[in-house]
Design a protein around this ligand. Structure first.
Ligand SMILES: Cc1ncc(COP(=O)(O)O)c(C=O)c1O
Length: 424
C-alpha cells in the first residue's frame, strides 16, 4: 500500500516539504542536503531492527548484517577523522554531548564551556538545558573589541574555576578553533578537553580546519551539517583515559557504556547505515572540493555584507558561517527572518556577543554557505544573495520590492536545481 493511499495528509505534507527545500535558498548553517544515497538508507526496514549493544555483542538475535553495517560505519568514521575509537550510535549531537558528560563526570562537576551568545550551543551549559541543570558550568566568551575568543582570558577563568572538563566548540562562532591552545590550558588545570565539531566536521575531515586530535580527549559531532550526512551524532575519542590509567574501563569503553546502556536503548540502524554512506562520500576528492568552496562562499558573503555596510561579528569568517548585527536597522530579527521566509530565503536569528535582547528576538542573524554550496553556488551567486537580503532588510514592508526579490530568488534557484535525481 502506498503512503499516498494510507495517509494522504502526511504524504501531501512530505511532498510539500520536499518541494519547499528544492525551491528554498537555505542559508541556515546547520542545514544541508544529504545525498540521495544517504537518504535512501533511512526509509528502509533497517528501522525495524533492535540491536542494543555493540557489533558482535548484542542483546538481540538476528544482527548478522547490522553488525557488519555498524562495523563499517565505525571503521570509516575512524579513518575519516583519524580517531582511535568511534561510537556511531548517538541519535543526535545533543545526545553525543550528554553521553560524554555522563562518561567523564559526576553530576555537579565543573565544566568550562563557551557562552551561548559568544557562539556556544544549548548543551554547553545553557540554564534551560539538561547540561546547565545537572552540571556546574562556567563560561568563556569573546573579547568585547575583537569579538574573538581570547585564550589568555580562557586560561584565567580556567585557573580560577578549575573545571574537570573544558569544551571548545562553535554553533555560531565564525573563527578558527585553537585546539592546541585549549589543550595547553586543559593540561595546566588538569581537565579533559572535548571538542564539539558539530558545525565544522566537514572542514575538519578534509583538512580545512585544524584537527582536534591529538589535543582533545573526546570529539563529538553531528553528521548532518557540513558533513552533509543523515541527521545524527557521532563520538570520537582516544582509547586511554589519561586521568584514570588504572581504572576498570578505558576512555573508549567509558564512552561506549555511556551511550549504551547509559543514555540510549537500541541504535537507529537505518541512520547508522546512512552515516556509513556519508563517511564514504566524505572521503572522496569531490567532497574536499566542496568544503573548499564552502569556505570561499562564506568569505564572499561576509565580504559582501561588509561592502553593503552591515556589521559582521568579529569582522568576518574563517569557517562556513557568520553572524550579522542587524540592530542598527531597529527591526526585530524575528520580523526579518519571517520576511525572508516569505521570499524563500531561510536564515535563523541568533544572539550576538553581549546581546541585550532576548534569545527569542535577538540582535543578530546567522547565515552559512553549506547548503547553497551543495547546490553549486559560487562566490558570484553568494554575493548576489547577500545583496537581495540587504535590499529586503532596507525595504522591509515594501510589497513591490518583496515581490521582485521573490522572483529573483526563484530565477537564481532555477539555475541551480537540487534533488533532481531524488525519487520519492
Ligand atoms: C555545536 C553543536 N553541538 C551540538 C548540537 C546539537 O545537535 P542536535 O541538534 O543533533 O542535537 C548542535 C546543533 O546545532 C551544535 O551546533
Amino acid at each position: 500500500m502506498k503512503l499516498s493511499k494510507t495517509d494522504p495528509k502526511i504524504y501531501g505534507l512530505i511532498k510539500k516539504e520536499i518541494q519547499r527545500q528544492k525551491d528554498g535558498l537555505v542559508l541556515i548553517p546547520s542545514e544541508n542536503y544529504a545525498s540521495p544515497a544517504a537518504l535512501s538508507c533511512m526509509g528502509t526496514p533497517l528501522s525495524n531492527k533492535y540491536s542494543e549493544g555493540y557489533p558482535y555483542k548484542r542483546y538481540y538475535g538476528g544482527n548478522e548484517f547490522i553488525d557488519q553495517i555498524e562495523t563499517i560505519a565505525r571503521d570509516r568514521a575512524k579513518k575519516l577523522f583519524k580517531a582511535q575509537h568511534a561510537n556511531v550510535q548517538p541519535h543526535s549531537g545533543s545526545q553525543a554531548n550528554a553521553a560524554v558528560y555522563l562518561a567523564l563526570l559526576n553530576y555537579g562537576d565543573k565544566i568550562l564551556g563557551i557562552d551561548l551568545s559568544a557562539g556556544g550551543h544549548l548543551t554547553h551549559g545553557s540554564k534551560v538545558n539538561f547540561s546547565g541543570k545537572l552540571y556546574n558550568f562556567s563560561y568563556y566568551g569573546v573579547d568585547p573589541k575583537t569579538e574573538k575568543v581570547d585564550l589568555k582570558e580562557v586560561e584565567k577563568i580556567a585557573l580560577r574555576f578549575k573545571p574537570k572538563l573544558i569544551i571548545v566548540s562553535t554553533t555560531s562562532y565564525s573563527r578558527t578553533l585553537d585546539f592546541k591552545g585549549f589543550g595547553r590550558i586543559a593540561d595546566k588545570v588538569g581537565a579533559y578537553l572535548m571538542a564539539d565539531i558539530a558545525h565544522i566536521a566537514g572542514l575538519v575531515a578534509t583538512g580545512f580546519h585544524p584537527h582536534p586530535f591529538p589535543y582533545c580527549d573526546v570529539v563529538t559531532t553531528t553528521t548532518h551539517k557540513t558533513l552533509r550526512g543523515p541527521r545524527g551524532g557521532l563520538i570520537l575519542c582516544k582509547i586511554k583515559d589519561r586521568f584514570d590509567l588504572k581504572g576498570k574501563y578505558n576512555l573508549a569503553e567509558k564512552i561506549d557504556r555511556a551511550v549504551f546502556p547509559g543514555m540510549q536503548g537500541g541504535p537507529l540502524d537505518h541512520v547508522i547505515a546512512a552515516k556509513a554512506v556519508c563517511f564514504l562520500e566524505a572521503m572522496k576528492p569531490d567532497f574536499k572540493k566542496y568544503q573548499k568552496q564552502i569556505l570561499m562562499n562564506a568569505k564572499a558573503m561576509a565580504d559582501e555584507f561588509k561592502k553593503q555596510g552591515i556589521k559582521v561579528i568579529s569582522g568576518g569568517t574563517d569557517n562556513h558561517l557568520m553572524v550579522i548585527d542587524i540592530s542598527p536597522f531597529g527591526i526585530d530579527s524575528k520580523r526579518i527572518q519571517d520576511e525572508l521566509d516569505k521570499v524563500g530565503i531561510y536564515v535563523n536569528r541568533n544572539a550576538i556577543p553581549f546581546d541585550k535582547r532576548s534569545s527569542y528576538n535577538p540582535s543578530g542573524i546567522r547565515l552559512g554557505s553549506p547548503a547553497v554550496t551543495t547546490r553549486k553556488f559560487k562566490e558570484k551567486e553568494c554575493r548576489e544573495v547577500v545583496r537581495l537580503i540587504v535590499k529586503l532588510v532596507k525595504n522591509i514592508g515594501n510589497a513591490a520590492v518583496k515581490n521582485q526579490i521573490k522572483k529573483e530568488v526563484k530565477k537564481l534557484l532555477k539555475k541551480f536545481p537540487i534533488y533532481e535525481d531524488f525519487q520519492w
